[in-house]
Design a protein around this ligand. Sequence first.
Ligand code: DSN
Length: 412
Amino acid sequence: MSYLEKEDKEVFDLIELEHKRQNEHIELIASENFVSKAVLEAQGSILTNKYAEGYPSKRYYGGCEFIDKIEDLARERLKKLFNVKYVNVQAHSGSSANMAAIRSLINHGDKILGMSLDAGGHLTHGYKLSFSGQDYESFTYGVNIETGLIDYDEVRRIALEVKPNLIICGASAYPREIDFKKFKEIADECGAYLMADIAHIAGLVATNLHNSPIGYADVITSTTHKTLRGPRGGIIMTNDEELAKKIDKTLFPGCQGGPLEHIIAAKAVSFKEDLEPSYKEYMVNVVKNAKALADEFIKLGYKVISGGTDNHMILLDVKSTKGVTGKEVEDLLQKVNITVNKNSIPGDKEKPMFTSGIRLGTPAMTTKGYSEEDFRLVANIINKAINNRNDEKVLSSLKEEVIALNKKHPTF
Ligand code: DSN
């Protein structure tokens, strides 16, 4: 019997149920992944007991000699992974990384230009309900409604009109490659800083499957739990020494107190894994699988936003193809053990709680060993579920098919 089971049966049982869910569902949320046992072990370690406010060799607490070595390992590995000079691994999340990065670059009340939420941007890129839209004057660019692509001429036009102090590029729901060089040219032309939030595509950037913002963006932020397959957390990177010092001070004590050293240890473990040749192979498969998924949906007659994908995700317009909202499809697929999220599509007329689209990502199931053939089968299961959405018998047999497919690829 485990300690947890003995001490707190309620929490233990709920974790067991979630474990079963993760084993029996097909996880297609593009921002999720399954970490290794080594990452889990570091994250669940006794390092959680230690306070370590400050940075390696400059702490406000005694007893940090081993913590310092761990945080240094995480920093050195991250620098190597992205070929960057200065990093901060203490951000508790992508949002706190973005808060510290933005605060390091511009002043309260300055202007931000970021991708709008409904075009695929993130809350922290200037959304009105986030600090980024409240502490700064925020403006947005979107994508071309017909092509689903960022129109760089349009971004340039808006930037020259708005004259932002900071341009943010990067997205949560954009299936195509982002041209960081073009963003840099636009930022230079209007005298703005450039921040790249690569939370989704970090794994592709680290393995050269996507062009890198290093050398173009003043600051680069990311989460560590998506394609990087590490623990839940954030990171900040730059090549500018002065800016790096400012970022460190802005994150601690500006935005956060004590760092989560158990998470930092798990970040170090995941960065080591990401430096292995097998991680590159994994990322190549993530992209291949996303292309196969897009291709199969196109064959099945779906409108795939932008006509395909360059990365780990696809956006499907289910409203125009099948007459159902993203929310209806999200709820329906729960019944057959497939997890997706509803997502706005370019020019969406549905409210964000309903949407016309769904977002599907391949990182998690590629970690489980799913091949292109498996993903083509998944597309067909989703299509069958949508076509037979009122037939409980068909839905229940699809659920059995999903469970059987997952048995071939268990998580832990
Ligand atoms: N919420 C994340 C996502 O799902 O893309 C972004 O932080």
